[in-house]
Design a binder for this molecule. Structure first.
Ligand SMILES: [Mn+2]
Length: 344
């Protein structure tokens, strides 16, 4: 098992140095918008400015991805995973809107580019309106800022911004998508890793949330039954529906070898109301989680996930992530598993 730093929307040289300094073996990048000024600067793409505005990125190029990987590896880190494309590059496919086929074609090209660049995992989810919280600045331990969700509120505050979709439609859209892209992933040597819907409620904002429990993941793993398709096992999201159910799903998919990597975070409470929590409190027992993974021979990567915002921290959360990452690495070491990040 290796501990990585993750959830980088953009990368900086300082962040990469920081990840290495706290002992991480590698990093994951999360839904990067490669048109943003930060990415243009990081990838040294200014030289294209003279040629005029670039068309908006609809697929990632192998060259951009290879340069991203080289920049990460220059710090002694690996680039293990990109956790999905920006939502506006995949939303029509999720909802079955006109333009879905074009987005799927771009997604296939992105998978091929990932393979050419040697980045092994592409995460994805099937949540067209993203992660929902009904409070984003609740107070956790010591006044740390945490997010929280109350389904009584969540069911009342529909935005009306998305077309209604029921379970059958969302399953049909997903089956069409995975049927198209999985053979491309297999040929490219890229693993597609599915993250659960957060919060895992049946419907929100008029759109069904289909990937919310063990049964749904079992159906998905059976339908797309390939080593190139697996689970981004998010302990926090699964535990939002109950910690016992989370542990049962963990044991099943770890035993089946379907877990590609893990988001390790905790929550306090469970639906209909929960709040995010520090790694050392709440309903998720990180020692029990890591023991299951060790016993089932899991040899993938672990990252922290949404961390509470502590005093004087940055937006990305350097202080809080250093705490969570060190906590996880300590447990792994105590369990006698490898971390891969401790060698100089
Ligand atoms: Mn997660």
């Amino acid at each position: 098992m290796r501990v990585l730093a993750g959830q980088f929307r953009e990368l900086t040289q300082a962040d990469l140095a920081f990840a290495r300094q706290i002992g991480c073996a590698g990093v994951m990048v999360n839904k990067p918008d490669l048109d943003s000024p930060a990415w243009v600067a990081f990838l040294n793409k200014e030289f294209t400015a003279a040629a005029g505005p670039r068309p908006p990125t609809k697929r990632w190029s192998a060259l951009d991805l290879a340069q991203m990987r080289a920049a990460v590896e220059a710090h002694g880190l690996t680039l293990d995973c990109i956790e999905g494309v920006p939502r506006n590059l995949i939303d029509k496919a999720m909802l079955g809107l006109p333009g879905a086929d074009e987005q799927i074609d771009h997604f296939k090209a992105t998978i091929r580019a990932m393979g050419q660049a040697g980045i092994p995992i592409l995460g994805y989810n099937w949540i067209p309106d993203g992660v929902w919280r009904t409070a984003k600045a609740a107070h956790g331990r010591g006044g740390a800022l945490i997010t929280a969700y109350d389904d009584d509120v969540g069911q009342r505050v529909a935005t009306g911004s998305l077309p209604p979709r029921d379970e059958a439609a969302m399953w049909a859209n997903w089956e069409r998508f995975i049927t198209e892209v999985l053979p491309v992933a297999e040929a490219a040597g890229v693993k597609l890793s599915l993250h659960p819907d957060d919060p895992p409620v049946p419907v929100l904002d008029g759109v069904a949330r289909i990937f919310r429990d063990e049964a749904a993941f079992a159906r998905a793993m059976s339908f797309a039954d390939s080593p190139s398709h697996g689970v981004c096992f998010c302990t926090g999201t699964f535990a939002e529906a109950g910690a016992d159910a989370m542990m049962a799903a963990l044991r099943r998919f770890a035993r089946d070898g379907r877990i590609h990597y893990v988001h390790l975070r905790s929550v306090a409470g469970a639906l209909p109301r929960f709040a995010e929590a520090f790694i050392d409190e709440g309903s998720v027992d990180p020692v029990a989680v890591l023991r299951v993974l060790r016993d089932e021979g899991f040899d993938g990567s672990i990252i922290d996930d949404h961390v509470p915002h502590v005093a004087e921290d940055t937006v990305w959360g350097h202080r809080s992530r250093a705490y969570a990452t060190g906590y996880i690495a300590g447990i792994i070491r105590a369990l006698g598993a490898e971390t891969g990040g401790t060698t100089p």
